[in-house]
Design a protein around this ligand. Structure first.
Ligand code: NDP
Ligand code: 1BO
Length: 306
């Protein structure tokens, strides 16, 4: 999996297609998608055109998509994957991920009432996983993995799966370093992909807390940016890459798409990068509280606790 990819959450219609086209043009070979981002239909033609015009071959491109929370029933897995394939205009995905360990009723895209959730365990995730394994055998995806799995949930899956998870895509940045997870995944050959590596500043305000700490403006990051000549975003991306995680910054601006991509060529002093390790706050920008409101069968402590 190419270690630096383009994120597409919040890339709006009218922006996502151009962002993907530009990204491929400057050298990205990894695009992170999901049906809940509501832009796979727009991204599909950009991928198809890039392949048809020989900007990139399909085999050099890594496309990830995800199974949304209302399709955990094993019988819904294949139709959901086929829908993403159709929208993305692909024959297979390189990576298919369970988006969250949280299940909804099939007719619900985003629950507003407690009864629209399925209780934890009502569809055991190992059964969803079994259906994902079948998708690999059918050739509809090359690899399967998960997102937002706590360490204990990942260990459970790893010990029971026939095909072990290839990837856990989780929030990772200097304020949320997840060292135990990093060590476990490294030892067990599971890749970690860092999402929200810049602090996800364009999240809708309903998903933001008051007085969130800013990553891009942290004095130490600005200091390292001045010292190295890299931009603050590049410092954060270099930090993620130095930890041997993949990283998928989102941007719809051509100059930032290029700036972010160039991170993997920058040589920032490793000791300077390691100085960011002191910034850990165990702080989540995307803590999943939107799944854990009053009456929900999900709680933050169960979602993340190990
Ligand atoms: P990021 O941390 O990537 O931040 C994106 C924001 O940073 C946008 O506002 C973007 O603005 C801005 N930005 C991008 N590049 C720069 C730069 N060089 N300088 C300054 N600002 C910049 O947040 P995301 O939450 O989007 O995470 C990245 C991707 O990870 C998502 O898009 C998605 O693909 C994936 N993800 C997966 C999740 C999961 O549950 N599996 C959860 C969250 C994210 P602009 O676009 O205007 O340039
Ligand atoms: C609900 C947010 C999903 C981002 O991947």
């Amino acid at each position: 999996m190419p270690s630096l990819g383009l994120g597409t959450w919040k890339s709006r219609r009218g922006e996502a297609a151009a962002a993907v086209k530009h990204a491929i043009g400057v050298g990205y070979r990894h695009i992170d998608c999901a049906p809940i981002y509501k832009n796979e239909k727009e991204i599909g033609p950009s991928l198809a055109t890039a392949i048809q015009q020989n900007c990139v071959s399909r085999s050099d491109l890594w496309v990830t998509s995800k199974l949304w929370n209302n399709a955990h029933n094993p019988k819904h897995v294949r139709p959901a994957l086929e829908r993403s394939l159709k929208d993305l205009q692909l024959d297979y995905l390189d990576l298919f991920l369970i988006h969250w360990p949280v299940s909804f009723r099939q007719d619900i895209e985003f629950p507003r009432k407690p009864e629209e959730f399925l209780a934890p365990g009502e569809i055991p995730l190992i059964e969803t996983w079994g259906a994902m394994e079948k998708m690999v055998k059918k050739g509809l995806c090359r690899a399967i993995g998960v997102c937002n799995f706590s360490l204990s949930r990942l260990q459970d899956l790893y010990s029971t799966a026939t095909i072990p998870p290839a990837v856990n895509q989780i929030e990772l940045h200097p304020y949320l370093q997840q060292l135990e997870m990093l060590e476990y995944c490294y030892k067990n050959n599971i890749l970690l992909t860092a999402y929200s590596p810049l602090g996800s500043p364009d999240r809708p305000s309903a998903l933001k807390k008051e007085n969130e700490p800013s990553l891009l403006n942290h004095p130490l990051i600005l200091q390292l940016s001045n010292k190295s000549g890299a931009t603050p975003a590049q410092v954060l991306l270099c930090w993620a890459l130095a930890r041997q995680t993949a990283v998928i910054p989102k941007s719809v601006h051509p100059e930032r798409i290029l700036e972010n991509f160039l991170s993997h060529e920058l040589l920032i002093d490793q000791a300077d990068l390691r100085s960011l390790d002191q910034l850990n706050l165990n702080y989540r920008y995307l803590d999943g509280a939107f799944f854990c409101g009053p009456g929900s069968p999900y709680t933050l402590s169960k979602l993340w606790s190990d």
